[in-house]
Design a protein around this ligand. Structure first.
Ligand code: SF4
Length: 129
């Protein structure tokens, strides 16, 4: 099985993914970012990958890419697959809450309330834990 990490990922539009050239994992074994095995080894591998991510200057770009590309396996942007799943769930809930508020405001003719974007951000931060 071929493993694609952020450093080895093949993409058609390199200019959109130029951030990969700055990746802290460029010289790392891509398998480090796709932990497998029994639980203790698995956790050590996750910890080691997250340590690399913690030093990465493009961690935000990497996480954005992983969320947009719906990467469901591996370590990307300093997150595990489970953490990204929680981020997606939190974003989905925040988005549906905003849609409900807009629909209620539209139905009642009232102006939409104050900017609640900070609530969505807080939802995402809680999701990551
Ligand atoms: S955040 Fe982690 S996985 Fe993403 S490019 Fe940086 S080191 Fe690689």
């Amino acid at each position: 099985m071929e493993i694609a990490s952020s450093a080895t990922l093949q993409v058609s539009d390199a200019t959109d993914h130029a951030w990969r050239n700055e990746a802290a994992c460029l010289e790392e074994d891509p398998e480090l970012f796709f932990p497998e095995g029994e639980s203790e080894r698995y956790q050590r591998q996750i910890d080691a990958a997250l340590e690399v991510c913690a030093t990465c200057p493009v961690i935000d770009e990497c996480l954005s890419y992983a969320l947009e590309a719906d990467q469901r396996t591996g370590i990307w942007g300093g997150t595990t697959a489970e953490q990204r799943s929680r981020i997606r769930l939190g974003a989905s809930r925040a988005s549906s809450t905003q849609r409900r508020r807009a629909a209620v405001a539209g139905a009642s003719g009232a102006a939409v309330g104050p900017d609640r974007s900070h609530e969505a951000t807080a939802d995402l931060e809680r999701a990551v834990g």
